[in-house]
Design a protein around this ligand. Structure first.
Ligand code: FPP
Length: 254
C-alpha cells in the first residue's frame, strides 16, 4: 500500500461544518508563471519572483486554514541553475531574504520547515539559514512545510539507488529486502506521506522532475493562474477538485 493511500481524511472531520469530501493530507505545488506574470506587466522577472514570494505566504495560510498537514513547494529545480546568472543571483537573494525575514513568523504560526534538494549548491550562509530554519521550527506540528530547493526527482532516485547498491556491496543490505518501502526510506522524503494532490500553476501540464516516485498515485490539478496571483480561492478550488475525484490506487471499482 502506498504511504499516501491511508493519508486522506474526511472533510467533515477536518473542517467542522464542512462535509462530504476528502481533504488531502499532503499537497505539493509546482509554483510556475512568475516570469510570465511579470512580462504581462512590463516588469523585470525578479518582480514576478517577489510577487511569488507573497503568494507563498498566502498558500501557507490557506494550508493552515484548510487543515492540510503537509505542503511541499517546488521553489527551485536542479535545472533552474541553468538560468542566466543575474536571475540566479535574484532568486538566491530572494531566498536569503525570505529565510531571514519569514522564519520567526512561520514558527509563530506553528509551521515546521524542512528542505529537500541539493542544498550544498547554495552559498554557505544560505545553507546555514536552511539549517537554522529547520532547527528553530523542529518542535512545531500545525503544518509541515517542505521547500524543494535545487531539487530534481531523477537525481534523488539515482542517489537512493546508489546508496542501496553501496549498502549491498558492503553487505549491510540484502537486495532481496529492497522493497518499495525500503527504497522510499532512502529518498530525501523519508518519513513524509506521499503527496495526495500535486498542483501546477500557469497552465503548463508537466511534472518537470518533481516528486516522480512519491507522486505515483497523486491526483494532478493544473490551474490557469500565474503563481503570483495564486490565493486561498485557488487552493480551495484545487481541494474541491481533489474531493470530486474517485481514487482507486489501481484497484477495481468496488
Ligand atoms: C517559476 O516561475 C518559479 C520559479 C522558478 C521560482 C519560484 C520562486 C518563488 C515562488 C519565490 C520565492 C520562493 C521562496 C520559497 C522564497 P518561472 O520563472 O519559471 O515563470 P515563467 O515560466 O513564467 O518564466
Amino acid at each position: 500500500m502506498a504511504v499516501g493511500q491511508g493519508a486522506v481524511r474526511d472533510l467533515a472531520e477536518a473542517m467542522p461544518g464542512g462535509g462530504g469530501g476528502l481533504v488531502p493530507v499532503h499537497v505539493a505545488i509546482i509554483m510556475d508563471g512568475n516570469g510570465r506574470w511579470a512580462a504581462a506587466r512590463g516588469l523585470p522577472r525578479i518582480a514576478g519572483h517577489r510577487a511569488g514570494a507573497q503568494a507563498v505566504r498566502r498558500v501557507v495560510e490557506a494550508a493552515i486554514t484548510h487543515k492540510v498537514g503537509w505542503l511541499t513547494l517546488y521553489a527551485f529545480s536542479s535545472e533552474n541553475w541553468r538560468r542566466p546568472a543575474a536571475e540566479i543571483v535574484d532568486l538566491t537573494g530572494l531566498l536569503r531574504h525570505y529565510l531571514r525575514s519569514e522564519v520567526a513568523e512561520l514558527s509563530a504560526q506553528g509551521v515546521r520547515m524542512h528542505f529537500i534538494g541539493d542544498r550544498a549548491r547554495f552559498d554557505a550562509d544560505i545553507q546555514n539559514e536552511l539549517a537554522r530554519a529547520e532547527r528553530v521550527t523542529a518542535a512545531n506540528s500545525r503544518l509541515n512545510l517542505v521547500i524543494a530547493l535545487s531539487y530534481g526527482a531523477r537525481a534523488e532516485i539515482a542517489a537512493a539507488a546508489r546508496h542501496a547498491a553501496e549498502a549491498a556491496l558492503a553487505g549491510t543490505l540484502d537486495p532481496a529486502e529492497l522493497t518499495e518501502d525500503k527504497f522510499a526510506s532512502l529518498l530525501t522524503t523519508a518519513g513524509t506521506p506521499d503527496p495526495d494532490l500535486i498542483v501546477r500553476t500557469s497552465g503548463e501540464q508537466r511534472l518537470s522532475n518533481f516528486l516522480l516516485w512519491q507522486g505515483a498515485y497523486a491526483e494532478l490539478v493544473f490551474l490557469d493562474v500565474f503563481w503570483p496571483d495564486f490565493g486561498e480561492a485557488h487552493f480551495a478550488g484545487a481541494l474541491a477538485e481533489f474531493a470530486r475525484r474517485e481514487r482507486r490506487f489501481g484497484a477495481r471499482p468496488g
